[in-house]
Ligand binder design. Structure first.
Ligand SMILES: NC(=O)c1ccc[n+]([C@@H]2O[C@H](COP(=O)([O-])OP(=O)(O)OC[C@H]3O[C@@H](n4cnc5c(N)ncnc54)[C@H](O)[C@@H]3O)[C@@H](O)[C@H]2O)c1
Length: 282
């Protein structure tokens, strides 16, 4: 039985814990916030129930999956992990501190992966004494549904680490696409400026959120409009990613839309806060 520790129990962390437990891994879900752990476990339970209702597995399998996930408030719990996946807040200082601690606490050969959307894997690796074992494992939201894992190779990531990570992705029945380390990698370098531009359209009165989303769904065949997608991702996460693109690439080209900054300041973060471009009641 393999052991994975997931650091951060928010939108992504609980999804990552869900898919590993479903494949038979023993999971420890770690978060500094007791509330986040409670909400994360509740979300996993709800999503497992939904999968059972849709015929993807039995009630017993759902209960077994849930039984393989334990929780912790301390990074000490990574001491016997075969793999660690960090899915904490998208802030370089928070991630750098976490990786410094993980390097000290996790077994020597353990791969330490980050689910970061945009922060440099090479810079994260510099906080550790095992840069060859640091890699980006960028799951997509919602994790139990989305097939892609963008695998990001830092400057010193070893071939062995990449190979093992790709094997794990395959084991999770997902598809790895390898990319090199650059701000936003590929996914968010392409996606986030589109979301930001959609927010500029609303801010400048070009169209309502509903109209912007309709144009992109009906005209471009996107399954979800950019503003509904921003609500799903979390507007705070979108803003953090724009700041990484701005700092790392071009300050003017990637400046966050003022409306995005205002909404985050007001706590209108999308689905997770109940209100973003749309209102969410459940
Ligand atoms: N939201 C998305 O759609 C999405 C998609 C792909 C990747 N990501 C990335 O995944 C990561 C997590 O994003 P999220 O949307 O789940 O954020 P979130 O805000 O929902 O959750 C982050 C969690 O990290 C916890 N945390 C903060 N500092 C911590 C620490 N020192 N130790 C342990 N836990 C800590 C917080 O309490 C919170 O529960 C980010 O790097 C983000 O860029 C997000």
């Amino acid at each position: 039985m393999k052991k994975v520790a997931v650091v951060g129990a928010g939108t992504m962390g609980n999804g990552v814990a869900h898919v590993f437990a479903q494949q038979g891994w023993n999971v420890t879900l770690i978060d500094t916030s007791a509330d986040a752990i409670a909400r994360g476990m509740e979300t996993i339970k709800k999503n497992l129930d939904r999968q059972v209702k849709k015929g993807a597995g039995s009630k017993e399998q759902g209960a077994e999956t849930l039984g393989r996930i334990k929780t912790s408030s301390s990074l000490d719990s990574v001491k016997d992990a075969d793999l660690v996946i960090e899915a904490a807040t998208e802030n370089p200082d928070i991630k750098f501190d976490i990786f410094e601690d993980l390097d000290r606490l996790a077994p020597k050969g353990t791969i330490l992966a980050s689910n970061t959307s945009s922060i440099s894997i090479t810079e994260i690796a510099k906080q550790t004494k095992r840069p060859e074992r640091i890699i980006g494992m960028h799951f997509m939201n919602p994790v139990p549904i989305m097939k892609l894992v963008e695998v990001i190779r830092g400057k010193e990531t070893s071939n062995d680490t990449v190979k093992k990570t790709v094997e794990i992705v395959r084991e999770l029945e997902k598809i790895a696409v390898e990319v090199n380390d650059a701000p936003g990698f590929v996914s968010n370098r392409v996606l986030m400026p589109m979301i930001n531009e959609a927010i500029f359209c609303v801010d400048e009165g070009v169209a309502t959120p509903e109209a912007v989303d309709q144009v992109m769904k009906l005209g471009m065949n996107h399954p979800l409009g950019p503003l509904a997608l921003a609500d799903l991702i979390g507007l705070d996460v979108c803003l953090d990613i724009m700041k990484v693109l701005q700092d790392g690439l071009d300050a003017h080209k990637y400046r966050p839309a003022p409306l995005l900054e205002r909404m985050v300041a007001q706590g209108r973060l999308g689905r997770k806060s109940g209100q973003g471009f749309y209102a969410y009641h459940d």
